[in-house]
Design a protein around this ligand. Sequence first.
Ligand code: 5GP
Length: 361
Amino acid sequence: MEWLMSMPKVELHAHLNGSIRDSTLLELARLLGEKGVIVFSDVEHVIMKNDRSLHEVFKLFDLIHILTTDHKTVTRITKEVVEDFASENVVYLELRTTPKRNDSIGMSKRSYMEAVVEGLRAVSAVDIDFAPHNTDGNPVNDMITNDICNGTTRKKIYVRLLLSIDRRETTEAAMETVKLALEMRDFGVLGIDLSGNPIVGEWSTFLPALEFAREQGLQITLHCGEVPNKKEINSMLDFLPQRVGHACFFQEEEWKKLKSSKIPVEICLTSNIRTNTISSIDIHHFANLYNSNHPLVLCTDDSGVFSTTVSKEYHLAASTFGLGKWEMFQLAKTAVGFIFADDGVKQDLEGIFDVAAKKLD
Ligand code: 5GP
């Protein structure tokens, strides 16, 4: 496990509010309990519970959103989540979050995202690069690179953002998120994710916003096939997103389509097992995709909710499918090819992996 911790890793499927430390959630719940907003004893066991169905996971997210909905807390959790990923040698993180509007506390989708960016700025335990760079190598907005200790042996993490559309949203609300993503490109926003409870909403509701996002040059990843829904899975694959997440309920026709399109899959082993979308790890489609050389990347999904880390996901894959050090290293390295950031970042990451390869024994 130690070498998996020290190996550089790329995380491409992590939801901000799903990646919060238990200790932070409990602290926030206690505070809201003291204020009388919630009853702490009612929520403590919900936070600490380990096995949840997909349905229960979405109920937990509603609770988490009550705990985290103010700008200061959004900033705090962003900082902590980035520092946690960096501490296990994630060198590139694409962090996704659903911009939220809450009129009662003066929160707009934009101010929510500004609080997230504030959290990136507040990262202090490691060096962070979270803004796109010009061809001269300088950040587009030089106010937002927090290279506190450049050139030292401190850990460094690249962070880029994806804005999530929640499946409960309307076409208009989805379009608002896409427009916000476009406005925030200089703050490292690279694309759009479609997520939220997979039994809610229709593909046709989100399609206009996703098409607009694509026209405007944003990259797109879709939660696809978390429940059996052949029609939607096929529509999503026909849309040709840059990546898909999960791909659990695919049948022969969809596997064929996926493989011929070579769309990379974000694989979340623990999440799929905990939510029972895959009944047992040894029959997980990771093996089929890996053996057929299909592009894939191991991810956590919700490291807080599912008590996992990127290293644990690699360990689970290695131990279940009998993969060795070199294979795991190659798996981590190939993920660089599927990131949404520009070629400059890709080259930097390849350099990091090249250096690390020399230390592999
Ligand atoms: P947030 O976007 O609030 O930062 O992160 C939590 C949200 O991400 C959830 O409310 C949900 O919309 C989405 N999410 C997290 N995990 C999953 C998952 O496993 N499947 C789907 N479809 N959505 C998820």
